[in-house]
Design a protein around this ligand. Structure first.
Ligand SMILES: NC(=O)c1ccc[n+]([C@@H]2O[C@H](COP(=O)([O-])OP(=O)(O)OC[C@H]3O[C@@H](n4cnc5c(N)ncnc54)[C@H](OP(=O)(O)O)[C@@H]3O)[C@@H](O)[C@H]2O)c1
Length: 331
């Protein structure tokens, strides 16, 4: 029996991975989590309950692990302490980082990023900061802490924005919901800006291979599961799925500033300029499902339909958007 430890495993990509391991008879899977996020899931697995930022993480030191996969590491000091304590007791350590670890300011806007792109520095204050402002810096520092311990056979994964069933953030869903329900919606004026995202199920399939297959050849992989797609193209695919059209009301960067509409936060997934990522490394080393965007959309759409199309909890709310539209002269 192989002993697998999942730090997390009950929310989103971790949950897809946990589900996909249920069919494996030769694995003993242990989930470590606080018991807050869907704790009733996976009664088939061993559960260790505790907060990894406290001493209760020491429960995972009671045995050796063939592989550890870490979805919940956000703080470099505690991650480093854990990794050091596990040295010599783990076959491989897979860590879920993010493209937010990159220092995007360092290279020109039109750079196609590869795994060797520079990552963010992290000050001692940022390392302990509990806000999202230091998220990328902390992820970068977590990566460095792990990669400094080659005995762990560490492998770092950097996904982009992740979307698909079980997404707790609703950022992609913001656009699905509007396409399904709205008559008109605010969109960025330049719809030609291309994006790349990460489909949760394809990412989970890659992680599964990294966990159960041969030790991956490289220690860092960025995983963006789509070729670049223009934002407007994405909206068109959504409309085709919905079989309806929504009037798109463009808002220029100047009007966004004027009305305090924030990229990414108020209009989820939008950025003023493209960020493009090379995909050749993970495609070379893993059998990636590469599910076509339209098929990922169908699955995601179906899942939200099963949930009853709840109101998205991120981005502009409907009333805020209505007020903005009327300020822009659209009634
Ligand atoms: N969503 C995105 O677009 C995106 C993009 C790039 C990278 N990522 C990365 O993806 C990872 C999260 O992925 P996921 O949500 O798919 O993982 P997941 O494993 O499905 O869910 C997160 C798990 O971590 C547990 N957890 C959280 N804080 C904990 C703590 N202090 N102590 C112990 N357990 C804790 C949660 O359970 P309890 O709440 O019960 O503890 C839950 O089981 C993160 O590392 C994030 O940085 C996400």
């Amino acid at each position: 029996m192989k002993e697998i430890l999942i730090l997390g495993g009950t929310q989103f990509v971790g949950r897809h991975l946990s589900e996909s391991l249920l069919a494996e008879s030769k694995l003993q899977v242990t989930l470590f989590h606080r018991g807050r996020t869907h704790p009733q899931l996976f009664p088939e697995y061993r559960h260790l309950l505790g907060d990894r930022e406290t001493d209760s993480i020491r429960q995972v030191l009671r045995r050796d692990w063939d592989a550890v996969i870490d979805f919940s590491g956000y703080y470099p000091q505690s991650l480093s302490a854990l990794a050091q304590a596990l040295t010599g007791r783990v076959g491989r350590y897979l860590y879920i980082s993010s493209i937010s670890a990159y220092d995007f300011e360092q290279l020109p806007e039109d750079t196609v990023w590869t795994e060797s792109g520079p990552t963010l520095p992290c000050t001692p204050e940022q390392a302990e900061d509990r806000s999202m402002f230091s998220y990328g810096e902390r992820k970068a520092a977590c990566e460095r802490a792990l990669l400094a311990l080659p005995e762990l056979n560490p492998v770092v994964f950097r996904p982009g924005l992740i979307y698909g069933p079980y997404d707790p953030t609703d950022r992609f869903y913001y656009w699905l919901w509007r396409t399904r329900h709205a008559e008109k919606m605010l969109v960025p004026a330049d719809l030609s800006v291309p994006f790349q995202w990460t489909y949760a199920l394809d990412f989970a399939a890659i992680l599964r291979q990294a966990l159960l297959g041969e030790q991956p050849k490289e220690s860092v992989y960025q995983v963006l599961t789509h070729a670049p797609l223009a934002f407007g193209e994405m909206l068109t695919r959504l409309e085709e799925q919905a079989q309806r059209t929504v009037r798109r009301v463009p808002i220029s960067p100047r009007q966004m500033e004027e009305h305090d509409v924030k990229w990414w936060q108020d209009l989820p997934l939008t950025t003023p300029s493209p960020r493009l990522f090379d995909r050749s490394r993970y495609q070379r080393d893993f059998q990636s499902p590469e599910t076509p965007f339209v098929a990922t959309l169908e699955t995601t759409w179906r899942w939200y339909a099963q949930q009853g199309w709840p109101t998205p909890k991120t981005g502009l709310d409907v009333e805020q958007e209505r007020i903005l539209l009327s300020k822009l002269g659209i009634h």
